[in-house]
Ligand binder design. Sequence first.
Ligand code: HEM
Length: 461
Amino acid sequence: MLGGGSTPLNTAPPGPPPVGNNPLALVRYLRAFRRDPIAFVGDRFERYGDLYATTFRGTPLYVTRHPEHIYDVLVTRGNDYSKPEKGFGARQLRRFLGNGLVTSNSDFWRRQRRMINPAFGRKRIEALAAPMTAHARALRDRWRAGEVRDVGADMMGLTLSIVAKTLFVHDPDGERDRIAGALDTFRNFSGAASVLPEWVPIPSVQRVRRGLADVNEIVYGLIDARRAEAPEALAQRGDLLSALILATSEPDASGAAQAMTRDELRDEILTLFLAGHETTSQALTWTWYLLSQHPEVEARVHGELDAVLGGRAPTSADALPYIDRVLSESMRLYPPVTTVPRVAARDVELGGYTVAAGSDVVLWIYHAHHDARWWPEPERFDPDRFLPERIAQAQRGAYTPFGAGQRQCIGKHFALMEARLLLATLAQRFSLRLVPGHPVEKLVAVTMSPRHGMRMTLHAR
Ligand code: HEM
């Protein structure tokens, strides 16, 4: 039975009292939630069940951790839900990313996804393996045995350079700090800013404004330079930015096909910049942490690397199944995206209840990944859960680090190949150990990162 599935339609599932607009109550609520969102919501699931309902500032809110609900919202009834456009989180995301692939809805999203999909085809992605590996080697050459580094920062720099280079053929060396700084400001933007009106000039709002201006200058500069090139030259380049400039929509009723405007290009580029590096960086950072805590798993990783590669550089053609299982299991325990939000586009059934049009629905991927009903001993790091014969038995909807259905991550294959190549290249030469006493705590924001970074010592292999 799914979270109250026998209850007649129209009866709301149980849940905590509404949160209204009283500023003090709101601040108190947000403070409690933000201190540890995973535990906060976990307590509520324990108290009310797999699906609970409440009202947040006047809007009904449904929260679920049940895999069948996740599958239902993302896949079976994917057309009945859209991405949120209101609410603090959605507004901030839109302020930064505009109406790009992650945030857009309905026909506009469909048109953009069709135009961008070809750039993420298997062949195109495989062609990016060599530059990905080259970037990882460059970092490896800078690493020194015995050195202590924030591996989280290293992974972020590495994946940012890779996305800039592989998707836009742009070397961000001089600008990487500006881009990274602006993205950081955005990541850390919350607190008072979420309660006060947006015109109040508190420092964090001003920082975001400056960061946005910085990023816009870089991205519009990139677009303008590229659009000045002749179409034949762009076609020759073959990178994603050129492809996006050349792409046109399917002809409309009058037979006219549209290219993307300068602003649409800006939104898609920034979206791919952000979505395309931060998530993969978190996945790798948590994987280094897990390997440092599980020497027996690390030994198998090294064994596979030595047997398959014997010291040479990895390519897209190399099968590294154990490393793939390690990455899958790492993203189960530490999914870079912990929740997926939706809004009911019309009245829709969920778990036996009617969710009214306009209600918010939050899918807790993290909790589905940590549920003993679908994952025995859920806190245990066991990559062999992902052996093909075992994962084939898994509960549908219980593992969705990349989402599912029509809005599934467009960069899934890009990310999986990148993570495998970077891990392989770095682990060929180095074994990483957490600095004793370094606190490891999850920070749930746009993605889930280690709150205090990941300070690790590099050991030569
Ligand atoms: C480990 C790495 C990654 C993880 C865990 C991840 C996770 C996700 C998830 C959960 C979604 C679905 C969100 C939703 O349904 O609301 C998503 C969507 C998306 N991701 Fe990723 N992602 C990763 C890497 C990437 C990369 C490398 C790119 C681009 C190069 C990318 C670009 C996108 C885009 C554009 C969307 C929106 C797709 C759409 O709605 O049409 N992601 N990602």
